[in-house]
Design a binder for this molecule. Structure first.
Ligand code: GRF
Length: 202
């Protein structure tokens, strides 16, 4: 299976996928990354892709007159690589109707909280501020809401009294990377179907 991965930052989730595929081999794993896209330049996630010899593309919202034109451009850039699955690994933009029309049902996101708790761009900070004792990460299919799509898998992470946002996020990311690698591989190898809010991996 062909994966396109979208990033906006350090790309450690992308790196976890690349490392797993290199270690197990694309045949065994069931997928390989064919391209990496971003919404901004100069991020470590793109450098990781380039080091891996992968094609990259950047589509910045500010380069387009409307959000819809950006969405269309992103859709086209992803479609050019003919992905079977698209993975948002820290991609910090909300995609639009055209993208979802094209890739809905095979567009996976990873979120650093136990959805439906703490959706949005500051999940770790919000969980810490709320004072939860456990949090975690969620891998889900993207729907037309923000972090509201059908949940595929979740991992639990304890919150420690001495945690600040970055310490907690790093601990979450350790679990998140393993969860994403495991889920993407299973879906790539076995296929999946979505029935309402339930995700069934064959
Ligand atoms: C991940 O925790 C992701 O869930 C969140 O931002 C982080 C991205 O990390 N949206 P990286 O860019 O994969 O290192």
């Amino acid at each position: 299976k062909r994966l396109v991965v979208l990033v906006s930052g350090s790309g450690t989730n992308l790196q976890a996928l690349l490392d797993e595929i290199a270690a197990t081999g694309a045949e065994t794993y069931g997928a390989r990354v064919v391209a990496v896209g971003a919404d901004r330049d100069g991020i470590e996630g793109l450098a990781r892709a380039e080091r891996a010899g992968l094609p990259t593309f950047v589509r910045r919202v500010k380069d387009y007159d409307t959000r819809e034109e950006w969405d269309a451009a992103l859709t086209e850039a992803v479609a050019a690589h003919e992905p079977d699955l698209v993975v948002s690994a820290g991609f910090m933009k909300i995609v639009g109707k055209e993208f979802l029309a094209r890739f809905g049902g095979r567009f996976i996101n990873t979120h650093p909280a136990l959805l439906p708790s703490f959706p949005g761009a500051h999940a770790v900070r919000d969980a810490l501020a709320y004072g939860v004792k456990v949090t975690g990460c969620t891998v889900h299919f993207v729907d037309d809401g923000v972090d509201t799509g059908p949940i595929i898998a979740q991992g639990v992470v304890e919150v420690r009294d001495e945690d600040d946002e970055s310490a907690l996020h790093e601990r979450i990311k350790k679990v998140e990377r393993r969860l994403l690698v495991e889920v993407v591989g299973r879906i790539a190898r076995n296929g999946h179907r979505i029935e309402g809010r339930k995700v069934i991996i064959q």
